[in-house]
Design a protein around this ligand. Sequence first.
Ligand code: ZN
Length: 422
Amino acid sequence: MIRDVRRWTSPVVAGVLATASVALVNPLTSGDAGPGAGGHPVVRNVIFINGDGMAAAHREAARLYYAGLGGQLVMDGFPVSGQLTTSPDDPEDVVTDSAAGASAWATGVATYNGAISVDTAGNPLPTLGAQAKAAGKATGLVTTAQVTDASPAAFFSNAVDRAAQDDIARQYLQVSKPDVILGGGEDWWLPAGSPGAYPDQPPEDPTEGSRGTKGDLIAQARADGYRYVSTPAQLAAAGRGKLLGLFANQEMFQQRPEGQGDVYAPVVDLATMARKALATLSADRDGFFLLIEEEGVDEFAHNNNGSRTLQAMGELEKAVAVAKQFAATHRDTLVVVTGDHETGGLAVEDVNAADESGTGTSAEDGPFPVRGSDKSFVIDWTTTAHTGQDVPVTAYGPLAGRFTGKHPNTYVYDVLQPLLTR
Ligand SMILES: [Zn+2]
């Protein structure tokens, strides 16, 4: 039985365990934050967390790896759970992409794959992010993808094609105006020839480089009153007020199969960005809406890279713990954790060489140790694409109980829109 001893002692594990023990002794984690508990019916703040590509098996693999057979992830310990179906309204596809999935959350309307909060005829739809801002709330987005990638874009812009990331950035500044923007994707904020803080054509991915067609949007953001940061030190030092942080040319990682240049080592981690966003947004007395996204789950699952998918799940879990700790001390905060679709057809299996079902990229990964036991499991893959599996949704805080049951993904909008606009 092969063991990866290094992973037992990784900072991810230590961080998750430290946070989990804090949560265990927190008196607010039990029934009083659950459905129908009463006493805190008003939701002032909403933290919506997307594990991109994360469905039940990703959560189970991470539970075994980080918490063990009898353990529980913070994200799974929320008092309310339900399921979401993810079907798009696409002329060809049955299975959603991230654009249609996030558009369903952000607008309540099922649409075609590639659509950013436009209907099937291409008409723009009101987004949760813009509506929350119009209602006086602070808004923000934090992601390890490009800040203009499909999921955050759907909450804060409208586009007939998700590829228009430079125009999506322009809309952030000119239309939806989120107060906090943290993640990757610097390439879309600067014209070709202006490398910015992250050099063009870096050795880890020579295809990266500035490519915006809307001028110098970083300069525009500064002129609009944003503080712009590109390093962890600058992020830590930034005071309150509007904040733009870009920490990579594109994604904050290199998504590839194992051993082929796969890298997950962001200059600043998702939990740190989430903590900064919460400190900034919570200064608004009207409340806030914050989107937090871990994109690595999806991208590494596309590459059928089990080790990195688990690593990204660990980073997501740490960010969920940050959100939960905030909500435990800000009782008018609702936290929702879900995924936009399943990626990879991931299966958790016993170690058994006789049942291998794939070759090459899609060969089984592992074995991975089950924390606190002498057992191991392998991750097997069905596809390098998305699947139509349901996604779990878990919720914590006032009105969390609304997420009980099985609903289409558009239901997220139906629950959150009234909370963010009253
Ligand atoms: Zn994907």
